[in-house]
Write a protein that binds this ligand. Structure first.
Ligand SMILES: [Fe+2]
Ligand SMILES: [Fe+2]
Length: 221
């Protein structure tokens, strides 16, 4: 079913009644010609995009802002701040997974350590993506070790045993899943590139949580 909009940016026909709206949504309008005419009339008054001249003029303005155009709809300062918190979270997760990788010991240690290492590498990839996006948004990525643990959503917990380590990593992944979900919902349609990046990262954090949960099951906990 098409996404229905009765006003605004897209040239959907001006629906006169709820019944007409329902007919259109059902894909069986009772009077196609009438609807086509309404569509055509609406299209002539509601352009699909800004006209070319306006688009070109807007792109030339503030060229120093690079990828950030006048059409950028989010609050850039807020998005950069959120991304820096996400960056801190990823950096703390890299450090925690690295510690766990080197400290894993016991009969099941090898396979679990490899999982920790893989997660550390993937968190590094997330950190790089986030830092790149911060720079594109004309912000500065905060890599300072000072206050890193405070900026991070997830905690750095060393854990005494292999099981403790896996549990702590699972908790941290669940924190990341919650915070990425909140960021995605906050950004909505206002910064699609950032949202898509965060959606990709979120999907991987969910995989990480699932991996850790399976490890706990395999180890009988
Ligand atoms: Fe991550
Ligand atoms: Fe993760």
């Amino acid at each position: 079913m098409p996404r229905l909009r009765t006003s605004g940016f897209f040239p959907w026909p001006a629906f006169g009644s709820a019944a007409r709206l329902q007919e259109f949504a059902a894909g069986h309008p009772s009077n196609l010609k009438e609807i086509d005419m309404a569509k055509a009339a609406s299209a002539s008054t509601q352009p699909f995009l800004s006209d070319i001249k306006t688009l070109r003029a807007r792109a030339r303005k503030h060229i120093e802002n690079g990828a950030v155009t006048d059409g950028y709809q989010a609050d850039r300062a807020v998005v950069v701040k959120l991304l820096n918190e996400a960056l801190a979270t990823e950096l703390v997760c890299i450090l925690r997974y690295k510690r766990h990788f080197f400290m894993a010991s016991g009969i099941n240690a090898d396979a679990v350590a490899q999982e920790f290492l893989q997660h550390a590498t993937e968190e590094q990839g997330h950190a790089d993506l986030i830092a790149t996006r911060i720079v594109q948004l004309k912000g500065e990525p905060n890599f300072s070790p000072e206050g890193l643990a405070m900026r991070s959503h997830a905690e750095y917990v060393e854990g005494d045993s292999l099981i403790d380590m896996i549990r702590e990593d699972l908790v941290a992944e669940r924190v990341a899943i919650e915070s990425y979900g909140e960021m995605i919902r906050y950004i909505g349609d206002r910064d699609i590139t950032t949202r898509r990046m965060l959606e990709g990262i979120l999907a991987m954090e969910e995989e990480h949580a699932d991996d850790l949960s399976s490890l706990l099951e395999d180890l009988g906990r």
